[in-house]
Structures are given as structure tokens and as C-alpha cells.
Design a protein around this ligand. Structure first.
Ligand SMILES: [Zn+2]
Length: 154
């Protein structure tokens, strides 16, 4: 019973938040367009409505081969496998993107100030970048695995 109640309130919370954020999403999504016609509902929810996939749900967390991570919508190269590291957060993480791969904007959703980044080519949302990364860049690109396609290089 309590579980059901919690579910109900969570649903109401999300609904209110979506209604509140709708005008912002509409403005933002005007610049994005679907290029890959085979995107799943989940992928669209992340890329066009800035949802976040469940942590530890992406198989790319365990992808350690050499290669490049491409945008799942438009296909451009975004990250090199050289920049990938295990952040322990449950999302594929990178210390740097390829030059010019992303554009950023400040995101105030959930009352937290974060830097959101989106594909510079097609405009879809990919994740958030934080200043607590390892190495010389000090950055941590926290990317939704569903927004990426990995292509190994042999
Ligand atoms: Zn793209």
C-alpha cells in the first residue's frame, strides 16, 4: 500500500515538473531534430526531453576497447576511448570530448545548477559535465549510454 502511495506521489511529482518545464523544452527542442529514425522511445526521452537513464544500465560502462563514441542520433564522433574512465557513478564517463563536439548550457532543473551539454551537430541532449574529473582536464563528462554508439577501431 505504502509502495503504491510512493509510486503515486512520484508520478504526480514528475507530471508537475514536466508541465513546468514544458515551455523550456519546447523552445530547446525546436533546434533539435530526429536524424536516426530508429531511435527508441527511451532514447528520444533522453535526447529531446533531457531525461536520464538509470545508472548502471548501459553496457557501455564496460566498454574498454579502443575506438570512438558517436552520437546515436546524427552519428558524429564525440569521444575517443582514450578519454573514458570508470567514474563509479554508473554512467559512461569521459575526461574530455573531441574538439567542438558539444555545446553547453546552464541547467537549473531540480534546483541544482549544472552544465548540460548537447551535440554541436544535431543539438540533442547527452549529459552533464562536472569539474571533479581526474587527469589534466579536471572534467567529468557524465553521458547517457543510450545517446552513444561505440565503434571499435582495429
Ligand atoms: Zn548528434
Amino acid at each position: 500500500m505504502q509502495k503504491l502511495r510512493r509510486k503515486f506521489f512520484r508520478l504526480i511529482g514528475f507530471s508537475c515538473l514536466s508541465v513546468f518545464l514544458l515551455p523550456f523544452n519546447l523552445i530547446h527542442s525546436a533546434t533539435k531534430k530526429i536524424i536516426n529514425q530508429n531511435l527508441t522511445k527511451e532514447q528520444k526521452e533522453i535526447m529531446f526531453n533531457e531525461a536520464t537513464e538509470k545508472p548502471n544500465s548501459s553496457y557501455l560502462n564496460h566498454e574498454n576497447r579502443k575506438g570512438f563514441f558517436h552520437c546515436a542520433n546524427c552519428g558524429v564522433k564525440l569521444f575517443s576511448s582514450n578519454a573514458k574512465f570508470d567514474s563509479g557513478t554508473g554512467w559512461p564517463s569521459f575526461t574530455e570530448s573531441l574538439p567542438g563536439a558539444f555545446k553547453t548550457k546552464i541547467d537549473y532543473s531540480f534546483g541544482i545548477k549544472r552544465t548540460e551539454y548537447h551535440c554541436a551537430n544535431c543539438g540533442v541532449h547527452h549529459g552533464h559535465v562536472f569539474d571533479d574529473g581526474p587527469g589534466s582536464t579536471g572534467k567529468r563528462f557524465c553521458n547517457n549510454g543510450l545517446c552513444l554508439i561505440f565503434k571499435p577501431e582495429y
